[in-house]
Design a protein around this ligand. Structure first.
Ligand SMILES: N[C@@H](CCC[C@H](N)C(=O)O)C(=O)O
Length: 281
């Protein structure tokens, strides 16, 4: 019989859902490894989530320590399969909602959060949504890139948002099929560490919709970094000037992506905490 329990909180951003574990000094759950992450995220045997956000002080982590002067808190993110993702746009909003609700940060103007893709400032909007300074979108060389899913293939563009994305424009969001298996891409060397694959359609002026198959997870209801990648790719294809804002519809809601004149990408969306409990380790 188990003698230890893990205290958890569940939250989501446009239905991209996470288990949050508070471990301020990095000592509460030294065994929170890939196996436990998989158990927590299991939707039948565990709590069920797309990933785990460990809330830990930057000074208490190897990956966060270099940011200790810029941010008190480090978002230690893992995908549902236990793998590490460098950045999570929906997750970082949920992370800040947790910090705010627990009184772990002073004031509400802007909260810097250290991630494996750098420090991201997050601010609370008057309507309760959160805006993340995501940094720039960059376009690694990807000429000839194709991505295949559901028995069909599309040309795609690689976009780096701190984590890797392949964006394909499709005629209809049902074209990639059920997205049960990870999409396959060529040339393989474009994404040596795997990829998050977005399939997008245009809905109108500065308005797109997308589905995503996330690396380390499967199809999810939303992906914040993916929505930024789609907006950046569509804006580049259209040659639109900045600043400009794109509405990106995802199965779990709507995100707003601001492409600023200085190259910064801003992600705005909701973040909610929903349930909490204990998990026997
Ligand atoms: N859902 C996230 C992205 C999470 C990480 C991704 N699966 C990866 O491995 O890069 C988001 O909202 O950005």
């Amino acid at each position: 019989m188990s003698t230890r329990t893990l205290q958890w909180v569940k939250g989501h951003g446009t239905e991209n859902d996470f288990v949050l574990v508070l471990d301020p000094d990095g000592t509460a759950y030294p065994d929170l490894d890939a196996t436990i992450v998989r158990e927590l995220c299991d939707r039948r045997r565990g709590i069920g989530a797309d990933g785990v956000l460990r809330v830990v002080r930057t000074s208490a982590t190897d990956d966060g320590r270099r940011y200790a002067d810029a941010a008190e808190w480090f978002m230690d993110y893992r995908n549902a399969d236990g793998s590490i993702g460098e950045m999570c746009g929906n997750g970082v909003r949920v992370f800040v909602r947790f910090l705010l609700e627990r009184g772990l940060v002073e004031g509400t103007s802007e909260v810097p959060v250290a991630t494996r893709a750098g420090v991201k400032p997050v601010r609370l909007e008057p309507d309760g949504q959160l805006t993340v300074g995501m940094g720039p979108a960059t376009f690694p060389e990807s000429s000839g890139l194709t991505i295949s899913a559901g028995g069909r293939s599309w040309p795609a563009v690689a976009v780096d948002m701190g984590n890797p994305h392949a964006v394909a424009m499709v005629d209809d969001l049902t074209d990639p099929g059920a997205l049960l298996d990870p999409p396959v891409w060529t040339p393989a060397e474009v994404f040596p560490k795997g990829v998050n694959a977005e399939f997008a359609v245009r809905r109108g002026d500065h308005h797109v919709a997308m589905r995503v198959h996330e690396r380390g997870v499967g199809e999810t209801r939303s992906c914040g970094t993916g929505a930024c990648a789609v907006a950046a790719r569509v804006a580049a294809a259209d040659g639109v000037g900045t600043p400009v804002t794109y509405r990106v519809d995802v199965p779990g809601g709507t995100l707003s992506i601001g492409l600023r004149a200085d190259g910064e990408v801003e992600l705005t969306g909701p973040a909610e905490l929903t349930v909490r409990g204990e998990f026997d380790l």
